[in-house]
Write a protein that binds this ligand. Structure first.
Ligand SMILES: [Zn+2]
Ligand SMILES: [Zn+2]
Ligand SMILES: [Zn+2]
Length: 154
């Protein structure tokens, strides 16, 4: 399917994209939150960043649209909405999004009847890009991602 680059829009801080119910910015964002960097059919989520609490389709969008360094969503706020499904507009908590990965640990290769396994919107069943999980530490603070370099530098 060719995604026609029609309704693309670039929004930079401090403005936000008024097509979405949540504060969202990015580069060439389409109505389902694909962006200039990720525009496959499954690239339909936007992630909220801890630094500015706005949603971006990806971290490159953050760097282009904001003028500060990106910080992942803090672990102690995983129960708050931090993932936007660009298809139905639902906001998912980090736990909802990551569900079945860490918490639910199932058989890793159970084949179901559908093409969409874990990586789908729990609300509208839109398929999400499974590749996002590989670099999810950029978006969500993980227990292992330690910034223990400078504890108390004053
Ligand atoms: Zn930010
Ligand atoms: Zn992007
Ligand atoms: Zn959805």
């Amino acid at each position: 399917m060719g995604t026609s680059p029609t309704d693309r829009r670039t929004t930079t801080a401090p403005a936000t994209d008024d097509r979405f119910a949540v504060p969202l910015r990015g580069v060439a964002v389409d109505p389902e939150t694909r962006c200039a960097h990720w525009d496959d059919p499954v690239d339909v989520i936007a992630l909220r960043f801890g630094c500015c609490e706005a949603y971006y389709p990806c971290d490159a969008c953050h760097d282009a649209a904001a003028n500060h360094e990106a910080e992942p969503w803090p672990r102690d706020r995983f129960d708050e909405p931090a993932v936007l499904c660009g298809v139905c507009g639902a906001t998912l908590t980090v736990r909802e999004y990551l569900d079945g990965d860490e918490e639910g640990q199932r058989a890793p290769d159970s084949e179901r009847g559908g093409p969409s396994g874990d990586d789908a919107c729990p609300r509208c069943d839109a398929a999400f890009n499974p590749g996002c999980r590989r670099h999810r530490d950029r978006y969500f603070e993980t227990s292992t991602s330690g910034g223990e370099s400078e504890n108390d530098s004053l």
